[in-house]
Design a protein around this ligand. Structure first.
Ligand code: SF4
Length: 606
């Protein structure tokens, strides 16, 4: 182990910022992070062992105790549930003879739930030793059981188990016209970098990750900034280095379009990042790739190498004196790292706790330096705008939402996959295209987004109406709204980073309160309490996760009050557990079997 860790540390230049890379290597080799490894890494990287332990405990894919040689995770997304995930994991557990959350006594296999793995169009999905498994069913589970019991290496497993389809169903402005390699940079240098920034401004491009900040404004601010002190080293007055970061940590349940863009359009995404670097004067970029997309890592590294060979990355790009390169950093299973400041913390080798803002990343980003953080789709669009001009893009969409939006559509529809629409397109049009009928409602924007009912399908995709980072999950009339909300609420309780009390406690309380209602133990007062918790979360949480954790409850409570009411008992209050059952031990000890030894919760007259 000693030599292995020494080599890993050397590979990553003994930099503490590369702690996640090193821990991923150790976890992959030993299926946990042994104490001995922690001691050695601490010494080699000159960081404290408590820091390393904190990082290991924070990320879902790291463990302090041994997991199985085959680490199996099954995606717990609502779409996986709709495809029979619960009975499938029970079957898997029985076949492999290992309980969910446990390691089999022989140490060969462990089985766990995990948050959405981004395969909602081809679930039920999972991961084995970090690699995506798709379209799981009982025959595949039988085969996987045999392969594990025979200790077959993953390279000998059938390739179709790892097959990930792009499912691009409706390409639009961007997807139907991919640019040729290098053309965005050539156009930008021909036109002038400042003039290209002006074109991006004309295009009206806003960040596609969800928040929707104006892209040109962000790049401009990072380039110059209103306050020189913020952009120069105070001691030396030297210009601080700039960084370009691509947020590919799409963890919002129901979102998978970045997965497809990186598989099919990686050159264009990297070109958009390089364009940004040219404009803001950055020399280093990072692609923060969610750990669940490990299967893309090698392919993306090859694309980067192709670009270096073609003179589109590295030194003196296109003979324009531009030096810029991109490094890929893999996440380790933490949804919060999709929040830009938490992502930067993670990129620095720390736990992903969102920073206080202001200052924003464009002023104090990676290692305290001005940094542009944009989404995969934003860089893809920026590269296309450099080639085709701002007007080309701005002529699509609405006044406040220019251009197109790429959606990942899944759930109850016959054609799940990737669709690109001009902003302003109605929800009904989208539903017609994806083959959805008998629709109850749609969750737009993922767990943190909005649930709309079938009375609202004339509403439109737009920042000013229904904004989404890409998730579009369809539910038909056979689905139970409360089960859907419950899944999202459990998701937030699991993914809360725990930094601030309103969210850490609030998401857990919300989960328990909703469980009580869904399980049929709720009363009128419990709905009031539910609303109070929602208010607390929304008002006092530190970051967007906590502030939006109540959205699934709030957006359905307002639309389906009768549904919530129908779950309630007509009593003033019922405890969240069965009091009579809880007294069973006391009855046994006192040898009481008579009726008076039991408690009855009496329903009130209506
Ligand atoms: Fe962490 Fe939640 Fe607080 Fe955000 S709101 S900092 S996720 S605990």
């Amino acid at each position: 182990m000693k030599q292995f860790i020494q080599d890993l540390a050397e590979k990553y230049h003994y930099q503490a910022t590369h702690l996640l890379h090193i821990l991923r290597g150790v976890q992959s080799r030993y299926h946990y992070i042994p104490e001995q490894a922690i001691e050695q890494i601490a010494e080699l990287l000159n960081i404290s062992r408590t820091h390393i332990i904190g990082v290991v405990e924070f990320y879902s894919f790291f463990h302090l105790t041994p997991r199985g040689q085959y680490e199996l995770f099954i995606s717990d997304s609502i779409t996986d549930h709709m495809l029979g995930k619960q009975s499938l994991i029970a079957y898997l557990s029985e076949k492999l003879n290992v309980a969910v959350g446990q390691v089999r006594p022989d140490g060969l296999v462990s089985l766990d739930n995990t948050s959405c793995t981004g395969m909602c169009d081809q679930g039920p999905a999972g991961l084995v030793n970090g690699y995506a498994l798709t379209r799981l069913d009982r025959p595949r589970v039988d085969r996987i059981t045999d392969l594990i019991n025979q200790q077959k290496p993953l390279e000998e497993w059938p390739r179709e188990f790892f097959q990930v389809e792009d499912n691009i169903i409706k390409p639009g402005l961007l997807l139907s016209q991919p640019i040729t390699h290098g053309s965005a940079l050539q156009s930008a240098y021909k036109r002038g970098l400042q003039e290209t920034l002006a074109e991006i401004d004309i295009s009206g491009l806003r960040g596609r990750g969800g928040a929707g900040y104006n892209t040109a404004w962000k790049w401009q601010l990072c380039c110059e900034g209103p306050d020189e002190e913020a952009f120069c080293d105070i001691a030396t007055h030297n210009r601080r280095p700039r960084f370009v970061v691509c947020n590919a940590d799409e963890g919002e349940p129901g979102t998978f379009k970045d997965r497809v863009l990186l598989n099919s359009n990686a050159h264009q995404v990297f070109e958009g990042m390089t364009l940004c670097a040219a404009i803001i004067g950055a020399k280093q970029g990072f692609l923060y790739l969610r750990g669940e997309y490990l299967y893309l890592y090698e392919k993306l590294q090859n694309v980067l190498e192709e670009r270096r060979q073609a003179g589109l990355l590295g030194k003196n790009i296109l003979n324009e004196s531009l030096d810029f390169d991109i490094e890929i950093c893999l996440g380790a299973g933490a949804y919060i790292c999709g929040e830009s400041s938490a992502l930067l913390e993670s990129l620095e080798g720390k736990i992903g706790i969102p920073r206080n803002r202001p200052p924003s990343a464009v002023i104090r980003g990676y290692l305290g330096n001005p940094t542009v953080v944009n989404n995969v789709e934003s860089y893809l669009a920026a590269a296309a705008i450099s080639v085709n001009g701002g007007e080309w893009f701005a002529s699509h969409g609405t006044e406040k939402s220019k251009g197109t939006k790429i959606l990942s559509i899944c759930g109850d529809c016959s054609r799940p996959g990737i669709y690109e629409y001009s902003f302003g397109t109605s929800i009904q049009t989208v539903l017609d295209d994806c083959g959805a009928s008998n629709v109850l409602g749609i969750q737009i924007g993922g767990a943190s987004g909005t649930f709309i009912s079938n009375l609202e399908f004339d509403r439109t995709l737009a920042f000013e109406d229904l904004s989404t980072g890409g998730a579009f999950v369809v539910f038909n009339n056979d689905r139970n709204v409360l089960e859907i909300v419950n899944n999202y609420t459990h998701f937030f309780a699991h993914e809360s980073c725990g930094f601030c009390t309103p969210c850490r406690v609030g998401t857990s309380l919300l989960k328990k309160q909703l469980d009580k209602i869904v399980d049929g133990h709720g009363s009128e007062g419990d709905v009031v309490a539910l609303e109070e918790i929602c208010k607390l979360l929304t008002k006092y949480s530190h970051c967007g996760l906590g502030k939006s954790a109540a959205n699934p409850v709030l957006t359905t409570l307002g639309r389906y009050p009768v549904l919530y009411q129908s779950q309630l008992k007509k009593i003033s209050f019922e405890p969240g557990f069965n009091l009579d059952d809880a007294l069973e031990m006391a009855r046994l000890m006192s040898n009481r079997t008579d009726a008076l030894a039991h408690l009855d919760q009496v329903e009130e007259e209506s």
